[in-house]
Structure formats: C-alpha cells, structure tokens
Design a protein around this ligand. Structure first.
Ligand code: TXA
Ligand code: MG
Length: 294
C-alpha cells in the first residue's frame, strides 16, 4: 500500500513477510543491499524487537511519533524479516505521526516496511500526483493530501558511543545538537559504508539540474528562493518568496516534479541558505544535480 506520512509518501508492506519486502524492492528497482525503514505504531512494539539505549530513548521520547528514524539493534527473537535490512541486525525504525499512517499501523499486527514511494534514485512523492505510473497502476493508494514536511525523516544512529546523523531530514542538525552536543553529521562521501542507500545520485528529476546559479541559461526553467533578479522565460517557481525554509521544504519535491514536466532543457536552482532546514534542502539538491550513479 502507498500511504501518507508527515514526511513523504511511503510504499509499505508487511515487515515480517519476505515476499512482501521483495515486491517492494522489485517495483522500485531498488538494490537489495539498500535497507528499508521499518514503521511501528508505538515504542512498546519496537521494544519487543529491538534494543534501545539511553541516547536513543532520549531522541525517541522527544521526536516520536514524528520525522525521526533511529538505527536500532534487532533482537535475536525478532520477527522482522532479515531481507528488510540485507541481513544486517541494525535496522532503521520510525513511528510516523500522520493520522492515516497511524490508523494503518494500529489496525495491523505487524510493522510496515516502507521506503519512499518513488522509483529508486528518482524524486520522492509528497502528493499522489507525483507517483510514477508503474506505482500508481499496481499498488493500492491511501491519499492523505500534501505531505506536511515534504522532506524525508532524519536518520540517526545513536546505538553506540559515537552518535551520527546518517541523513539530514525534517529535523535539523541544530535541533539535534541541542540534545546531543557531540552529534556528528556523517560525511556523505563516506556514506557507502554506513548507509548503502545514500548513493550520491538520488532524489533526482529527469532533467539536468544546476544548483547555486547566479544566472539562468536560455531554455532553462527556474527553481527560485527568496527575492533576487533571476528569471526564466520558460517556467519559474519560488520555494518561498519570503525566504522561509519550512515553506521551501514543503514545496521542494512538488516544485521539482512540476519543473521536471516543463518544456525546458534543464532546471536552474537559486542558492538556498545552508542553515537549519536549508542544509537538508541543499543535500537533496546536491544529489539531484549529480549526473552519474555513484
Ligand atoms: O521519511 C522517511 O524516512 C520516508 C517515509 C516513508 O518513512 N522513508 C524513506 O525511506 O525515506 P527510503 O528507503 O527512501 O530512505 C531510507 C534511507 C535509505 O537511504 C537507506 O539506505 C537508509 O535510510 N537506511 C535504512 N535502513 C538503514 C540502516 N539499517 N542503516 C543505515 N541506513 C539505513
Ligand atoms: Mg527514498
């Protein structure tokens, strides 16, 4: 089932069922070494399957339900299918807040394995209209309107003495630092070790994308931010005319999908300030601008 969460739409299946998990990998064209996030209704259902240390509890109590994914160590007796995490005992766990996601989880006796509802390396979906035909035609859909945050969850591994942010998301580095001052932001170029899914090319439109532009080329569409002199003759959308990063985060994938469908030769993106949610937005834009797979 494709279902809404407060971050982006998920493509969910039974996390204890190998064939359901394999179907998710197949339809997304996702490499099997890129683990899925496991979604739970509450902390007590996670405690049955996973070890939670003090730092992880602190984060969980502060942000769950919400846009946080914690990497936790699976217990031997867990029913979570090993294929979900490529047989690794460290699994990404999350409790979503969206009422439809919650209702779904409350009515099931098993957790939901769910990556973002998009074809691997392509743009995430924050509205049903963003779903690719392959997903739309083959999977049952729960429509929850436009995603509240519009950026994926923040992934943290606090299961050892060196807590790390593996992926910036809807919760910012600045907010996490207040809780764990020693938190490290994983160097994305080293991501292949920690998070096989964090390929450099990711979250990408079909058109080429240039970031931090100071001028727009003839034939390019423009993804603008704030006020400046940038102009496109083809099509332009502004993430936030007032320079509000929350608003920009909400609009990011929606506007990239729209510009990707325009009659342009590429997408030029205005600079976005690199603080708070701007760091997450710039991470996604940087990956979207890469042209090769590694
Ligand atoms: O907001 C979200 O997190 C959305 C909603 C649907 O929950 N889900 C999502 O899933 O973005 P996905 O699969 O598109 O991205 C999850 C990322 C992948 O890059 C994956 O490599 C990483 O999390 N990840 C998952 N499990 C991991 C693990 N055990 N260790 C390290 N990284 C992991
Ligand atoms: Mg994804």
């Amino acid at each position: 089932v494709i279902f809404p969460t407060e971050t982006v739409y998920g493509l969910g299946g039974n996390a204890t069922d190998k064939s359901a998990i394999k179907k998710i990998y197949n339809i997304k064209n996702r490499p099997s070494n890129n683990p899925l996030i496991c979604h739970f209704k509450n902390i007590s259902s996670i405690e049955k399957d996973f070890v939670i240390n003090d730092t992880s509890y602190e984060l969980a109590n502060k942000f769950w339900p919400g846009p946080l994914t914690l990497i936790l160590e699976k217990k031997e007796a867990s029913n979570i299918n090993p294929v979900l995490s490529n047989h690794n005992k460290f699994v990404g766990c999350r409790i979503p807040k969206h009422p439809i996601a919650q209702a779904l989880l409350q009515n099931l006796e098993f957790p939901i394995a769910a990556p973002s509802a998009n074809i691997s390396t392509k743009l995430s979906s924050t509205k049903i209209i963003h779903l690719s035909k392959k997903l739309k035609d083959n999977i049952f859909i729960l429509d929850g309107g436009k995603s509240f945050y519009g950026l994926e969850s923040t992934i943290i591994n606090a299961s050892n003495d060196n807590p790390k942010i593996l992926r910036l998301g809807s919760i910012t580095l600045e907010v996490i630092e207040k809780i764990i001052p020693s938190i490290i932001l994983e160097n994305y170029s080293n991501f292949s070790n920690q998070s096989p899914g964090q390929q450099i090319k990711h979250y990408s439109p079909n058109l080429p994308l240039r970031i931090n532009v100071n001028s727009v080329l003839k034939g390019e569409a423009l993804l603008n931010f704030g006020t400046n002199n940038l102009k496109s003759e083809i099509m332009e959308l502004n993430l936030s005319t007032s320079g509000n990063l929350e608003e920009a985060g909400k609009n990011l994938y929606d506007f990239l999908h729209k510009l990707d469908n325009s009659q342009s030769i590429g997408i030029a993106v205005a600079p976005v300030p690199n603080n708070n949610l701007g760091k997450t937005i710039n991470d996604r834009l940087k990956r979207a601008s890469k042209t090769n797979l590694n």
